[in-house]
Design a protein around this ligand. Structure first.
Ligand code: PLP
Length: 415
């Protein structure tokens, strides 16, 4: 008789996990307050300014510059860094596509370096291998909230005079050796999109310790205006990437409760890491000593099909979902360099990659081969989404129970 829910057995869990976003009267009051004040934009409101200050302080940074999204924050940060058109920016392939497409939108060229097999973060040794005379920046992505090896990346950046732009879009509150991420490099970027731990549906932030860079970032997101200039005076080629006051007020309310939710996710992740590691063929990502805190945006574990009779990852995930463990999925299904936008060079007028020479020939993203990222996307990485980590203890036990159940009964699913 079938035991697994996907083959007709009883699911481990029938009730839903906690939903996301979490909100209460404080978000309602915050939005209501701005709406009734009539000050909906930052030209006459004070919420964006307050958020910039509070978020930067929270991330151990001197300056915060709000933007409409993580994507626009990355683009503005790259432009503010003063890098020339065609500059190569080294990014990992295991990330949301915006880490690379924001580079294209800044008229620069993404170049990919593989990830570390144990942490899925940018592998410094792989970064070294793709540096050329045109490399101008490196973008450590703190994927799932796990900080990258910032000492090693910083040393490479120093040696080759590269700007470090951290993609911390998943890493609010993550710490590297006791310091919050974002302004460890010259610039760092965050997202407040709807799946993120702190959200207003959309939104973003740049942080930096450098006053001059902060001023340039402000201009980039605010129509090229400069501090002290008149409203209709525009010095830089900046767009309107301003956050609204309503969004800023909601994000401030989210930030106020963030500490306790972060702690909860961290405790849940620690439990899952310990319990899932005991199951044959399941290996949670490693947390190196330099990580003093992770935001635990995603709980990623490595699934080794060999221990499951060769059962493909997608079938394992479907079985997990059928046991009531949702949302859980296989995450990015391809390394970023295999996205059609790059392979087909569908970049419109941002066409640097149609004529850019990399390592002696016209750049062709089909030539990139990052075996660790390819394995992670195709057959290995399984994601438990962040709201599962907000579950009570019984929910966490059920996650472990469901994975163990599949590991004991996977033969039901083999052809
Ligand atoms: C690693 C990473 N970089 C960049 C982004 C882009 O952020 P946004 O969706 O706010 O533009 C995201 C968000 O999905 C992300 O996870």
């Amino acid at each position: 008789m079938a035991r697994l829910a996907i083959s007709g057995g009883r699911p481990v869990r029938v009730e839903e996990f906690p939903s996301w976003p979490v909100w209460d009267e404080s978000e309602l009051e915050a939005a209501h307050g701005v709406i009734t004040s009539g000050r909906w934009g930052m030209s006459n409101g004070d919420k964006v300014l307050a958020l910039q200050e509070q978020f930067a302080a929270y991330q151990d940074a001197a300056f915060g510059i709000a933007a409409t999204s993580g994507t626009t924050a990355i683009r503005a940060a790259l432009l503010a860094a003063g890098l020339a058109a065609g500059t190569e920016v080294i990014v990992p392939p295991y990330t949301f596509v915006a880490s690379a497409t924001a580079v294209l939108e800044a008229n620069m060229v993404p170049v990919f370096a593989d990830i570390d097999p144990d942490t899925y973060t940018l592998d410094p040794a792989c970064v070294e291998r793709v540096i050329t005379g045109r490399t101008g920046a490196v973008m450590p992505v703190h994927i799932a909230g796990l900080p990258c090896d910032m000492d090693a990346i910083g040393a490479i950046a120093k040696k080759h005079a590269l700007t470090v732009v951290e993609d911390a879009c998943q890493a609010w509150g993550s710490e590297y050796r006791g310091r919050k991420v974002g302004a460890i490099g010259q610039l760092g970027t965050f997202s407040f999109q709807s799946s993120k731990h702190i959200t207003a549906g959309e939104g973003g932030m740049i942080v930096t310790d450098d006053e001059e860079l902060a001023a340039r970032c402000s201009g980039m997101v605010n129509c090229g205006r400069v501090e002290g200039g008149a409203w209709h005076e525009h010095h830089l080629l900046g767009g309107n990437y301003r956050l609204s006051e309503i969004q800023a007020a909601v994000i401030l309310a989210q930030l106020a409760r963030y500490g306790s939710m972060l702690e909860r996710r961290q405790q849940s992740a620690a439990y899952l890491r310990q319990e899932l590691a005991d199951i044959d063929g399941i290996e949670p990502l490693a947390v190196p000593d330099y990580v003093s805190a992770s935001s635990c945006h995603l709980f990623i574990f490595r699934y080794h099909p060999d221990s499951f009779g060769g059962l493909p990852k997608n079938k394992f995930v479907k079985a997990l979902n059928a046991e009531g463990i949702r949302p859980a999925h296989g995450g990015y299904f391809t390394p970023a360099y295999r996205q059609p936008v790059l392979l087909e060079k569908n970049t419109g007028p941002f066409d640097q990659i149609t004529r850019h020479e990399f390592q002696g020939k016209l750049i062709d993203y089909a030539d990139f081969h990052c075996p660790v990222a390819e394995r992670a996307t195709a057959s290995e990485a399984v994601w438990l989404l962040q709201n599962l980590l907000l579950s009570d203890h019984r929910g966490l036990e059920q996650i472990v129970e469901a994975v163990r159940k599949i590991s004991l009964n996977f033969s039901e699913l083999l052809d």
